[in-house]
Design a binder for this molecule. Structure first.
Ligand code: PMP
Length: 331
């Protein structure tokens, strides 16, 4: 066995960080899985590696192949990092409302990036549909993160066992928002197999349908919208099929924003907004169930990717968010 390894080996096995203020305020241990420490900087490195390895095992990916994907950015970054390490080219289709930092990073890494106008899923111009169509026309491998269950399987094999081991089986709830649903479904399925008492909790932004789906079994999105990138699902993807959920919350952007600002200011943890949605879900659950729990959530990606938006005072003011609300305001 080789003692030293290339970059793919270092995807996963991320630290579990105690979020000190909210743990102290709620009397529960609230822990964040530091997915921003993956080589491509997000939780989606795991899905990228899982999808590539499954396709290689089926003989669908051969060296020199081109991988195409529709993505809010992070899956594209993960596919490009793993792709560069294994001899695949990547073509990334991304909607034009995503942060410029992610688009710049994809190009700098060497992906071919197609920026397309933001369109709903049912529209043929939707980024995901464009990726599928180009894959068929050009003979590329379509990663298909939303409906390729290699995505949730990699969380079942890695994220779930890591959380179980890092908490020595003490975890009482796992909280995540949904983009593809791979993280929530794979991780909570594993944890429930270890201990059926572990709650699986969904934190959903406004403008998405997962809260309605898990609470009322319909796909209404109600009013509202969210600035969180990478999450906000309107349909039941294959990765979400048959998922058992114990609790779901709708989270306002302001609560998520207040949390990520507090973590930046007081704990030296620099995050994107989907992490704030996740942490707000963990806080709601902690308040609802009372002290003494061990609640784990996902720190999906870092604030570096959103400096021109979430960490730019002009953008913040223009979009009506408040930078300095006390942490207690989220309760
Ligand atoms: N947060 C961010 C920043 C993301 O890019 C994604 C993935 N699109 C998620 C959360 C959600 O992860 P998943 O696709 O596993 O549901």
């Amino acid at each position: 066995m080789n003692r030293y390894h290339g970059v793919s080996h270092f995807i996963g096995n991320t630290p579990l960080i105690r979020l000190n203020r909210i743990s102290d305020l709620t009397g529960s241990e609230i822990l964040g899985k530091a997915e921003f420490m993956n080589p491509g900087g997000s939780v989606k490195d795991r899905a990228a590696l899982g999808i590539i390895e499954a396709a290689e095992a089926r003989g669908e990916l051969k060296p020199g192949a081109t991988i195409i994907e529709g993505t809010a950015g992070n899956t594209g970054i993960g596919l490009t990092v793993v792709g560069q390490a294994r001899g695949y080219r990547t073509v990334i289709v991304i909607p034009d409302n995503q942060s410029p930092e992610k688009i710049q990073l994809l190009r700098a890494l060497g992906a071919e990036v197609l920026v397309v106008p933001e369109k709903p899923y049912k529209d043929p111009g939707n980024y995901n549909k464009v990726a599928q169509r180009l894959a068929e026309e050009r003979g590329y491998f379509w990663a298909n993160q939303f409906d390729n269950t290699a995505n949730r399987q990699v969380h079942y094999r890695t994220t779930g066992p890591e959380i179980w081991n890092q908490t020595e089986g003490r975890v009482t709830a796992f909280v995540a928002s949904v983009g593809t649903g791979g993280t929530l479904a794979g991780t909570s399925t594993y944890l429930k197999e270890r201990n059926p008492q572990i709650a699986s909790v969904c934190a959903d932004p406004y403008g998405a349908a997962m809260w309605s789906w898990f609470k009322n079994h319909n796909l209404e999105t109600n009013d509202g919208d969210s600035f969180a990138e990478g999450i906000g699902q309107g349909r039941v993807t294959k990765n979400l099929e048959d998922l058992e959920i114990d609790e779901a919350y709708r989270i306002e952007d302001q609560s998520a924003f207040t949390l990520i600002q507090q973590l930046r200011r007081e704990e030296g943890i620099f995050l994107g907004l989907s992490s704030g949605i996740n942490i707000a879900g963990a806080v709601r659950y902690a308040r609802q169930r009372g002290p003494g729990q061990t609640i784990v959530t996902i720190l999906c990606d870092s604030g570096h990717k959103y400096i021109s938006k979430l960490y730019n005072p002009e953008w913040v003011e223009k979009n009506g968010l408040k930078n300095d609300l006390p942490l207690e305001s989220i309760f």
